[in-house]
Design a protein. Structure first.
Length: 196
């Protein structure tokens, strides 16, 4: 079965088997008001009855300036990383019953009041198909999101997206400004890095 391989600076950090999965998302998020400029996560699962539920392969790993994250969709992998449930990763925490994650007015006010911890960011994405995109922060683009998304409906493809946004984009649910949106196939790869 297909798998996703994740490397940082050429060193493998996770290999995810897609057998039995509904969806797997490898993503990097960052914003000017967060201590870490870029945070890498990998999660997904099988949400049908009897499925494995929600699994996490990488839980919020910081990416440093200049590190190169490479992600590829492969036909097969020898050794795979086992995903963990939230209970396995955080055994001492009480299970959350929260189901509403929308941002209310009070939360929006608190987010707007946060100090900027970084002057700016420049991030870059390059695919093995020679597609390249760069995104730079400004007053209307204070955060970024990069995703490498696989789902069972198109098992031999992944969707890759790089976008910048601000709080108003999040509140309006408009997805922000897209810098790259493409589809990759088996054997293709993408590289992401924080240049500044």
């Amino acid at each position: 079965m297909f798998c996703i391989s994740i490397e940082v600076n050429g060193r493998g950090i996770a290999t995810i088997s897609l057998a039995g999965m509904d969806v797997v998302d490898v993503s990097v998020h960052g914003s000017l008001d967060r201590e870490q400029k870029a945070m890498l996560s990998a999660m997904g699962g099988n949400y049908s009855e009897g499925g494995c539920g929600h699994l996490i392969w990488i839980a919020e790993r910081g990416l440093l300036l200049g590190e190169v994250l490479s992600i590829s969709l492969n036909e097969a992998c020898d050794i795979v990383t086992q995903g963990k449930t939230i209970a396995e990763l955080y055994p001492d925490e009480e299970p959350s019953t929260k189901s509403d994650f929308s941002i209310n007015d009070e939360m929006a006010e608190e987010i707007r009041a946060r100090p900027r911890l970084h002057e700016g960011f420049v991030v870059q994405v390059e695919t093995s198909l020679a597609q390249k995109a760069k995104a730079t922060s400004d007053d209307l683009n204070t955060g970024f999101t990069f995703s490498f998304l696989w789902d069972r409906f198109r098992p031999d493809q992944v969707r890759v997206r790089l976008a910048t946004y601000c709080l108003d984009d999040v509140l309006a649910r408009n997805g922000g400004k897209e810098h790259l949106k493409t589809t990759l196939s088996i054997g293709d790869k993408v590289a992401f890095s924080v240049l500044q």
